[in-house]
Design a protein around this ligand. Structure first.
Ligand SMILES: Nc1ncnc2c1ncn2[C@@H]1O[C@H](COP(=O)(O)OP(=O)(O)OP(=O)(O)O)[C@@H](O)[C@H]1O
Ligand SMILES: [Mg+2]
Length: 285
């Protein structure tokens, strides 16, 4: 399946606001997102980082079309989105595979409404099994593969329908650091090959800078954009490149500021091994 030749796959979010009914005793409404303006150019990779509860998943739910109650506009190639659609795919933190389906069948779920013959679907599934490096595991069931492999199946399922935009909500959040770093490399490789417009939500600043062309820093209560950082570094990124480290630390500084307001530390926090994250941030997140 191919996208229409005139489509550019760009996503435009304009003055987006979202309120939920507040079920606390006070009643009223909770403003979760406010004045979100975000342009995701076609084929680019945009990362969103922000503290827990600042509305990242809510934003992706709105772009996916799961909730039509919002203010502002969400446009794909200039057209307002309407409900969910095959042109927008999503990968969640937990892989959400069906335990009674094998790897190939789980990937094929992404094609269930596609107007393709059985043979075309089989070919696409095989192509995506290979894309995420799972040849030989087509007939394995979710309980027979590792967490990282299951997450790769979820990525293949999200990609198999050739969405114009792939939304990723903490796709590696439940994985150990080594598997996470491997899958980040793999996602970067897939994105370079497929050039699908990607919007990634993460808690992990290093992941955001490693993958994103642009990093959107959100702040909470209500969730809004604090700033947008351009990552003008060539792909594939090198985590030990001083320019990469400088950008990562620059973005991390936003969260240290937030945290410092709540609980100023007399001494610098210890480094978290491997990730270079100040220990205090782990508590805040
Ligand atoms: N269906 C809902 N009804 C009422 N409030 C909701 C609903 N869904 C989310 N919220 C509230 O909206 C806010 C943002 O939630 P959201 O899940 O978008 O945050 P998040 O940034 O994804 O957090 P995390 O990083 O922990 O996943 C939270 O205060 C949450 O309690
Ligand atoms: Mg979330």
């Amino acid at each position: 399946m191919t996208t229409t030749p005139h489509s550019s796959n760009e996503l435009d979010i304009r003055s987006l606001g979202k309120r939920y009914a507040n079920n606390q005793a006070s009643g009223g409404e909770l403003q979760v997102l406010q004045d979100i303006d975000l342009h995701v150019p076609a084929g680019r990779f945009v990362s969103i980082v922000g503290a827990s509860g600042c509305g990242k998943s809510t934003l992706l739910r709105l772009v996916l079309g799961l909730d039509a109650q919002y203010e502002g506009r969400i446009l794909l190639d200039g057209q307002p989105i309407s409900g969910t659609g095959r042109e927008r795919g999503i990968v969640f933190q937990d892989h959400r595979l069906f335990p009674w389906l094998n790897v190939a069948q789980n990937i094929a779920v992404g094609l269930r409404n596609a107007p393709l013959s059985a043979r075309e679907k089989r070919e696409l599934v095989a192509e995506h099994v290979a894309l995420v490096g799972l040849e030989g595991f087509e007939k394995s069931f979710p309980h027979q593969i590792s967490g990282g492999m299951a997450q790769r199946v979820a990525i293949a399922r999200g990609l198999v329908n050739r969405p114009r935009v792939l939304l990723l909500d903490e796709p590696f959040g439940a994985l150990d650091a080594l598997t996470r770093s491997r899958l980040q490399n793999e996602l970067q490789r897939i994105w370079q090959k497929e050039r699908i417009t990607m919007l990634l939500v993460t808690h992990d600043v290093e992941e955001a800078v490693f993958l994103g062309d642009r990093v959107v820093v959100m702040q909470p209560a209500p969730g809004r954009i604090k700033r947008i950082v351009e990552v003008n570094l060539p792909h594939p990124r090198n985590r030990s490149d001083p320019a990469f480290i400088a950008l990562r630390d620059d973005v991390l500084g936003d969260f240290i500021d937030l945290d410092a307001d709540a609980a100023p530390a007399a001494t610098p926090p210890p480094e978290r091994p491997g990730l270079g994250l100040p220990g205090r941030l782990q508590l805040a997140w």
